[in-house]
Design a protein. Structure first.
Length: 238
């Protein structure tokens, strides 16, 4: 995983960080690279976007995560969760087979762009679906019934099915142009309020109404105060 000068054309100046994800690299290296990218985005005083370019996964590398220990898995899952909770918007672009760590990251991003040849390749070891947090995210995003069909049978998902399920947001033949456009549009809404709304979405399927109400009311109160300040500023300016 590394930043590349060739990725600069995907990222408009001043709008964030573009990162290339090579899923064949060791898990510890991937974890360190992802955490470093999150550090840079969180340290930015401006609204920003984290753009992930997911390199194709070799089709003979379906097994995931390989020869690692549970501590390595724990650190990786924490890094992916950190990505999922960034105040910055996260965008993934992918082509070809997408599996292993690339699939984990794709499921954790806010906006996902795929080429027509994209194939979401689910992690299966010795006939068993890898029980990582991809299972959790699939269930959250699709519901238990649809996730069950995918997880228990280990089905790969082509671009049309992935788009139909809502796992891919846009199909594009020119990933560079699509990523550039999405970055410009979504960089405008990357801030703390984005993180709050994303968290409300993530919790909606698992939290009881009475427990969720307080968080939603607090978010509504913050928004009302923000709007009041914005209105006051406009009146003062006039």
């Amino acid at each position: 995983m590394q930043t590349e000068s060739e990725l600069s054309r995907l990222m408009p100046d001043g709008l964030g960080l573009a990162l290339e994800i090579n899923g064949t690299r060791p898990l510890r290296e991937l974890t360190a690279g992802l955490n470093a990218a999150c550090d840079r985005v969180e340290g930015s005083a401006q609204r920003s976007v984290l753009l992930l370019r997911l390199l194709p996964t070799p089709t003979d590398s379906r097994s995931w995560p390989g020869a690692v220990g549970i501590q390595d898995i724990t650190r990786w899952e924490r890094a992916v969760r950190r990505l999922e909770r960034l105040s910055a918007m996260s965008i993934a672009v992918a082509a070809g087979a997408c599996g292993g760590p690339a699939l984990d990251l794709l499921l954790a991003t806010d906006f996902r762009i795929g080429e027509p040849n994209l194939l979401l390749m689910l992690p299966v070891n010795d006939g068993h679906f890898w029980p990582g947090m991809a299972v959790y995210r699939l269930t959250q995003q699709l519901g238990a019934a649809k996730a069950r069909q995918i997880v228990l049978w280990g089905d790969d998902l082509d671009i049309d099915r992935a788009r139909g399920l809502g796992l891919i947001d846009q199909i594009a033949t020119d990933l560079s142009e699509a990523a550039h456009t999405a970055t410009v549009l979504m960089g405008r809404i990357s801030d703390r309020e984005l993180a709050i709304r994303r968290q409300l979405l993530l919790e909606a399927s698992s939290v009881e109404f009475s427990d969720a109400l307080g968080a939603h009311l607090a978010a509504c109160d913050r928004e009302l105060r923000r709007l009041a300040f914005a209105t006051a500023d406009k009146e003062d300016a006039s």
